[in-house]
Design a protein around this ligand. Structure first.
Ligand code: GDP
Ligand code: MG
Length: 621
């Protein structure tokens, strides 16, 4: 490792420091950072490789040993400086000054997160190590791919592990180190297949052959071909290393001693010596290659990283705006906050009822609904009038029976006229009340929508406003209904100004004459008998009066509805909402934030902070 030249300090160190600082900001929660993940079948030698690279004993042995992803952050210190370690997981953090305790601490962490036994967990254990003997590297050790479940493991443990591995290696930012022992057929290795699945050309896959001392006699040349990248081609190629075997561990061979033995092993090996000479063998060479690969990879990832940070920042800013600032903590400021919120809402409610633009930015409009509904109302009045006419026409035959009193032919009976008019107008009462209720519902909906957007995130305030809107709607609807019913009671007095009536009658007569002239040119004359003449006269009067009454109702009903359901409702709402603020004991209840909103805003704020710092790091870099 001392072979790394000065270029290393100048180029490698800052790159890796940058990523490490980004990582320690927690930016990884927001976007993927360049990393190296170690994958392979169970017992292929993953932990041994990591151990050799880091100089720290990791939990290893047979069966499933690595049960959580382990992030191993290594920092090279200057010669003579002290070893330092730190383990962190979930909200646990512990510093260490002795490499010998690392293994125990990792086992404890795994038991904590994945349970004592053989279960696995997706949660990351982070191990930081600083020492003069380690390379500047961050590696992630993953559980090995198991073929069959052992006692105590769920049936699908294999799939669980594969899913976990997939999660790491799918990321464009991850280099996969695929660890394969020399004594198995590389083509059938599950880990290599998985890596190829997400990285077909092997652009970010590096093969590592382990256990060269256990190679089957006679297959050495195949191993050499593999390392020469002639069997399964990977752009990043292969390395071969020899770590401590079980026997050496039992004999307590130190890691430094192991590196010496590794060098001797390759130097004296008949087949593998060439690989050593070519620089494809030994742990130190691997460390060197990995570091350079990582640096290269980081440099390549930086533009994309910057882009991602910008994107995330923009999105976070947008989200934050949507969440608003939330209520302040100071009591006096809280009251002001509440007053502002409520005033804005009630002002908007009033603006809504006069069709003016809202301050809350919401595009709510009652008047389009009103115009449509009131248009339907006048249509209803017209229809009802036409229906009236045809009914009378059909009743021609029964006129004598039904309506004629003691009068001689040619006289129309005023009482008959009144009765018929009243009957017809009475028919409009229920539709008018129904119109009121329909519009009342529509208006309430819009008010509630306004409350939803004005008091977003303040559920209690919103609920109070909703209750008030509902109660006021009921109250105003009652008043309006009785006003409408009174109107219809008054309409039972058949009345109009003489002048108005005469002019309406004149109009009708003129219309009638025009029609008769038309009749001379071919239409059969309908009314020929005396009775018919009387009826015709009566119809003229009925139509004239209906014209006036329906015009009156066409305006009156909408006026009552607008007055009570809009104007009065909004004023009442304002009055009650402002009254509510007076009660200071209520302040905290009303301003209680939606738990979700509060914590989501906090999360967004810290993400924003993180990303701003990350961007600053990148800009400085
Ligand atoms: P992992 O499950 O992939 O993490 O594998 P381990 O690193 O725990 O290694 C499994 C076993 O293989 C351990 O007993 C190691 O001592 C042994 N081992 C690892 N590398 C070598 C090697 O290069 N040569 C020999 N002989 N044994 C090795
Ligand atoms: Mg392991």
């Amino acid at each position: 490792m001392n072979t790394l030249n000065q270029q290393y300090e100048e180029k490698v160190r800052p790159c890796i420091d940058l990523i490490d600082s980004l990582r320690s900001l927690g930016v990884e929660r927001d976007l993927a950072l360049p990393a190296i993940a170690v994958i392979g079948d169970q017992s292929s030698g993953k932990s041994s490789v990591l151990e050799a690279l880091s100089g720290v004993a990791l939990p290893r042995g047979s069966g499933i040993v690595t049960r959580c992803p382990l992030e191993l952050k290594m920092k090279r210190k200057k010669e003579g400086e002290e070893w330092y370690g730190k383990i962190s997981y979930q909200d646990h953090e512990e510093e260490m000054d002795d490499p010998a305790v690392v293994e125990k601490k990792i086992r404890e962490a795994q038991d904590e997160m994945a349970g004592v036994g053989v279960g696995i967990s997706d949660d990351l254990i982070s191990l930081e190590i600083a020492s003069p003997d380690v390379p500047d590297l961050t590696l992630i050790d993953l559980p090995g791919i198991a073929r069959v479940a052992v006692k105590g493991q769920p049936e699908n443990i294999g799939d669980q592990i594969k899913r976990l591995i997939q999660k790491f290696i799918t990321k464009q930012e991850t280099i996969s180190l695929v660890v394969v022992p020399c004594n198995v057929d590389i083509a059938t290795t599950e880990a290599l297949k998985m890596a190829q699945g997400v990285d077909a050309d092997g652009e970010r896959t590096l093969g590592i052959l382990t256990k060269p001392d256990l190679v089957d006699k006679g297959t050495e040349e195949t191993v050499v071909e593999i390392v020469h990248n002639e069997v399964i081609h990977l752009k990043k190629g292969y390395m071969i290393v020899k770590c401590r075997g079980q026997k050496e561990i039992t004999e307590k061979v130190s890691l430094t001693e192991a590196i010496e033995r590794e060098k001797d092993f390759f130097n004296s090996h008949v087949h593998f010596q060439t690989l050593h000479d070519e620089g494809y063998a030994t742990v130190p060479k691997l460390a060197e290659k990995l570091t350079l690969e990582l640096v290269h990879h980081i440099e390549k990832s930086l533009p994309r990283l910057e882009e991602q940070i910008e994107e995330k920042l923009a999105q976070t800013q947008l989200d934050l705006e949507r969440y608003g600032t939330g209520p302040p903590t100071d009591a006096a400021e809280r009251l002001i906050f509440l007053i502002d919120k409520v005033t804005a809402f009630t002002q908007d409610a009033i603006s809504l009822t006069v069709g003016e633009e809202l301050k809350c930015g919401e595009k709510l409009n009652i008047f389009s609904t009103l115009r449509r509904e009131f248009g339907k109302w006048i249509q209803h009045l017209d229809c009802s009038g036409e229906h009236f006419n045809s009914v009378i026409e059909r009743e021609v035959e029964q006129y004598e029976e039904k309506y004629r009193g003691r009068e001689l032919p040619g006289f129309i009976n005023y009482k008959t006229f009144e009765t018929m008019v009243k009957e017809q107008i009475k028919k409009l009462e229920e539709p008018a009340v129904k119109k009121l209720k329909d519009i009342g519902d529509a208006v309430r909906k819009v008010f509630i929508q306004l409350a939803l957007s004005s008091f977003a995130g303040l559920p209690n305030l919103m609920k109070t406003a909703k209750t008030k809107i509902e109660a006021i709607k009921q109250e105003k609807e009652c008043t309006a209904e009785s006003m409408l019913r009174n109107q219809f009671k008054m309409e039972m007095i058949v009345y109009s100004q003489d002048r108005t009536y005469s002019s309406s009658l004149d109009d009708k007569k003129k219309e009638e004459r025009e029609e008769e002239e038309e009749d001379d040119y071919g239409r059969s004359v309908v009314y020929s008998t005396d009775n018919h003449a009387t009826l015709k006269e009566l119809m003229l009067h009925l139509q004239s009066y209906y014209q006036i009454a329906s015009q009156r109702l066409a305006d009156q009903i909408p006026l009552v509805i607008r007055y009570q359901m809009l104007q009065e409702s909004a004023i009442q709402l304002q009055r009650e909402m402002l009254q509510m603020i007076q009660d200071k004991d209520n302040l905290d209840v009303l301003l209680k934030e939606d738990f979700d909103i509060g914590s989501q805003r906090a999360a967004l704020q810290s993400r924003h902070k993180r990303l701003m710092k990350a961007r600053a790091y990148l800009v400085e870099f």
